[in-house]
Design a protein around this ligand. Structure first.
Ligand SMILES: Nc1nc2c(c(=O)[nH]1)N[C@H]1C(S)=C(S)[C@@H](COP(=O)(O)OP(=O)(O)OC[C@H]3O[C@@H](n4cnc5c(=O)[nH]c(N)nc54)[C@H](O)[C@@H]3O)O[C@H]1N2
Ligand SMILES: Nc1nc2c(c(=O)[nH]1)N[C@H]1C(S)=C(S)[C@@H](COP(=O)(O)OP(=O)(O)OC[C@H]3O[C@@H](n4cnc5c(=O)[nH]c(N)nc54)[C@H](O)[C@@H]3O)O[C@H]1N2
Ligand code: SF4
Ligand SMILES: [Mo]
Length: 705
């Protein structure tokens, strides 16, 4: 604290997205006025993104809801009444108890979006409640990677930028913009500046594709086939690590046989990538050591989700890059209770587990305690196999972020009871019966677990209190105790102590530390093998075999594509990609933040000049994009960096400045166009095809614009 100015600089770590950047929070007279990067922090070295830099505009935003609300008018009408926390929490508890009494706890669903670190508290509440119906975005994002790694090699490998990889294969990931999933892009930039070999697999020209030694511009959704092509070259030319294969791999011969089904000419036909380029990339990756794959979510949002994930881990493993310095490493977090220990996941009663809404389907998703949300919508709308009567949503905006948005909106409009915890009245929160005002990361104590598989915990302490907002951790702790659930601490600090206990430390002892890190040890398999049923790296997955799934990966044609549905091309000639991230927004968030919206006022659809010319579209024009599910509009960005047969739209759009209830949820949101038919899901995980569907485009007339 400076005595002359009354200013204070507090070290923390940002969680304006998933989190991971060390920051210096500047506070004057109890008010945060600036946030900047902390040069001493190990994951971002002082760098930050625009969302973090603008975060104080979110904290103090005039539209932020600072008190609990209950619905005053009809659902979705936008009339609210301020209530006390006691009334809000007791209303929820009474409604849940009524549902449990009449229908059982399985008729309550809990929903979250992408990780906000609250998921362990959230899952703990759900497990103690006794509902198997918990949904997040994990079945098509990141947890699919975690699940695929669990059954293949026991843990998720992370790229080891601290030890200078010499080759990085960036696969469906725009890491410099997204800082996602245990990574900040700054680390890739740093090793790029040292002169690494860079291979990029992306259907679009991005900054990274433009800097790549080899850019493979594939047909969207065909990643698994492309990975097979690379495996083919690596096996054919004996570029694999024969010692690793001999000692540590399960199912080599079967894998080789499967790979033989994908010769390069066939892979070229599927992926649109010339065979010679695939060969060149495979050689470069296999022959430059150490190498790592920096992967993203694009490959997971299709029917091939888990097999694409498995194939990428396989490529890392068979080239000898697993758990070596500069390769893809199994980092060990500091000692503490794991999520499943904290959430009682393993003790969840089998008779309740058996009521999982998806039945026998999606066993990998079920193993990690999640449900594809479509089953919840169906149970609301049809009462089959039994009704869902109440939903509690925390940190998610499913009306905008989940496929087949019209169905999501209908289901959430019809469910008997809906509570939502958020910062703002989003199109989802508009439908709630009770709204709980959540605290941001600057307003709560937490152990900060987003870089967990990177081996870190980032303690983060409360700096300000805004209105009556409460952290998600407090909300679940208080609701749990009011429900009479055994196991909650007397407050959040007691729960954090419980998480930290195996490491012999308390929250009070770690709260002012910048970070905790587990010991870094490489090549652990040489001593202990892999945590799989065979103790080996499973190219042939014994868990899948037990579950009745194909133990080997394969490529399935995308369910809605010019190949699987040639008759559709007459009406819907383009392949549609949805959801490349904007650096200034996080999914459906931040459209109300002045600094950020100024950078990016409108939704953008990207198309090739030939496509634009064909339809008479000019740069900046409003364009309709239509699929069999519906129609939206976005503004044209005409770019030669995309294939003429492909169109790409942004996701997450609604318009907080439109004050009508709904805030234009159906005008420009990509998920009006996407499909959520379970017959098209990835079989083991339940991922839907957000990244590859079909559409048509045409100009919006001047009057309509
Ligand atoms: N078409 C299409 N759809 C997609 C994608 C795509 O690529 N294409 N991507 C998908 C992916 S990968 C994901 S992960 C999902 C994300 O889906 P969501 O997680 O639903 O997306 P967000 O828009 O981030 O919604 C989070 C909401 O929680 C609020 N919030 C933020 N932090 C907190 C907090 O700490 N506590 C509480 N209580 N509220 C908070 C925000 O204000 C916001 O309204 O979207 C998916 N949707
Ligand atoms: N600023 C910002 N950061 C974010 C988010 C955000 O909304 N905004 N969201 C967060 C979340 S939850 C996630 S999951 C991550 C996602 O971050 P990423 O994993 O980077 O995902 P995207 O930016 O959606 O897509 C990355 C690249 O994949 C390409 N792509 C599209 N389809 C395909 C395909 O079929 N195959 C291949 N190989 N590439 C394809 C796109 O052209 C794009 O350049 O970002 C996180 N970080
Ligand atoms: S990348 Fe995420 S954690 Fe880092 S500054 Fe931006 S919003 Fe904050
Ligand atoms: Mo995600």
């Amino acid at each position: 604290m400076s005595e002359s100015t009354g200013e204070q600089i507090i070290k923390s770590n940002c969680r304006g997205c998933h989190g991971g950047c060390g920051v210096l929070v500047h506070v004057r007279d109890g008010v945060i006025f600036k946030i900047e990067g902390d040069p001493d922090f190990p994951t971002n070295h002082g760098s930050m993104c625009s969302k973090g830099l603008a975060f104080h505009q979110l904290v103090y935003h005039p539209d932020r809801v600072k008190y609990p609300l209950k619905r005053a008018g009809k659902r979705g009408e936008g009339r609210w009444q301020r209530i006390s926390w006691d009334e809000a929490l007791d209303t929820i508890v009474n409604r849940l108890k009524q549902v449990i009494e009449t229908y059982g706890p399985e008729s309550i669903a809990l929903g979250q979006g992408t990780s906000r670190e609250g998921e362990s508290f959230f899952a703990r509440f759900g497990n103690l409640l006794g509902t198997p119906n918990i949904f997040t975005a994990g079945h098509f994002c990141y947890l699919s990677r975690v699940g695929a790694s669990l059954v293949t090699c026991g843990n998720l490998p992370i790229s080891d930028y601290d030890n200078d990889p010499k080759c990085v294969m960036v696969w469906g990931n725009n890491i410099l913009w997204v800082n996602a999933d245990e990574y900040t892009g700054e680390n890739l930039s740093r090793v790029m500046a040292k002169g690494i070999k860079l291979i990029v697999i992306d259907p679009r020209l991005t900054y990274l594709s433009s800097r790549a030694d080899i850019w493979l511009q594939l047909r969207p959704g065909t990643d698994a086939a492309l990975a097979f092509g690379m495996a083919h070259v690596i096996i054919d030319e004996e570029l694999y690590d024969s010692e690793f294969v001999e000692k540590y791999v399960h199912g080599w011969d079967e894998f080789v046989e499967r790979v033989r089904e994908y010769p390069l000419d066939k892979v070229e036909e599927i992926t649109w990538v010339p065979a010679e380029k695939i060969r060149e990339a495979a050689r470069l990756f296999a022959q430059t050591k150490p190498a790592t794959i920096q992967w993203g979510v694009a490959i997971e949002q299709t029917i091939n989700c888990i097999d694409a994930d498995r194939l990428l881990i396989d490529l890392v493993a068979i080239t000898g890059n697993l758990d070596i310095p500069g390769g893809s490493v199994f980092f060990q977090p500091p000692k503490g209770r794991t999520i499943s220990q904290f959430t009682y996941h393993r003790e969840f009663p089998p008779e309740q587990r058996a009521k999982y809404l998806a039945g026998d389907a999606h066993k990998l998703c079920q193993m990690i305690g999640l449900l594809p949300e479509k089953y919840v919508w169906d149970a609301i709308l049809t009462s089959k196999p039994y009704p869902i009567k109440a939903i509690m949503i925390q940190a998610s905006n499913p009306v905008i972020t989940r496929p087949n948005a019209k169905e999501v909106y209908k289901a959430l409009s019809e469910v008997e009871f809906l509570s939502v915890a958020d910062f703002f009245l989003t199109p989802t929160a508009d439908l709630a019966d009770i709204f709980l005002p959540a605290a941001t990361w600057l307003e709560a104590d937490y152990t900060g677990g987003f870089f967990f598989r990177h081996g870190y915990l980032f303690p983060r302490r409360k700096i300000v209190q805004i209105g009556e907002c409460k952290s998600d951790f407090e909300i679940w702790n208080e609701l749990g105790r009011r429900m009479g659930q055994k196991g909650w601490g007397s407050n959040v600090e007691a729960d954090l102590d419980f998480i930290l206990e195996p490491g012999g430390v308390t929250w009070a002892q770690v709260r002012d530390k910048p970070y905790l890190r587990g010991e870094v040890v490489y090549r652990k398999h040489e001593k202990k093998g892999f945590s799989t049923p065979t103790g080996k790296f499973e190219l042939y997955c014994s868990t899948f075999e037990k579950w009745g799934y194909d133990p080997l990966p394969k490529y399935l044609e995308i369910p809605e594509s010019p190949v699987s549905k040639p008759e559709m091309t007459k009406e819907y000639p383009y392949i549609l990609i949805t959801g490349p991230r904007s650096p200034v927004f996080f999914h459906s968030e931040h459209r109300m933040i002045p600094w950020l919206r100024e950078c990016h006022p409108d939704p953008i659809v990207e198309m090739h000049p030939q496509a634009a010319e064909k339809h008479g579209i000019d740069e900046g024009d409003w364009v309709y994009i239509e699929s069999p599910r519906g129609r939206i509009k976005q503004r044209a960005n005409i770019s030669p960096g995309i294939d003429p047969r492909v169109v790409c739209i942004q996701h997450g759009w609604w318009f907080p400045e439109q004050k009508d209830p709904g805030h234009g949820w159906d005008q420009s949101s990509s998920n009006i166009l996407t499909d959520n038919d379970p017959d098209t899901y990835d079989i083991s995980m339940g991922a839907s095809n957000l990244r590859a569907l079909m559409c048509k485009i045409y100009p919006v007339t001047e009057e309509e614009a």
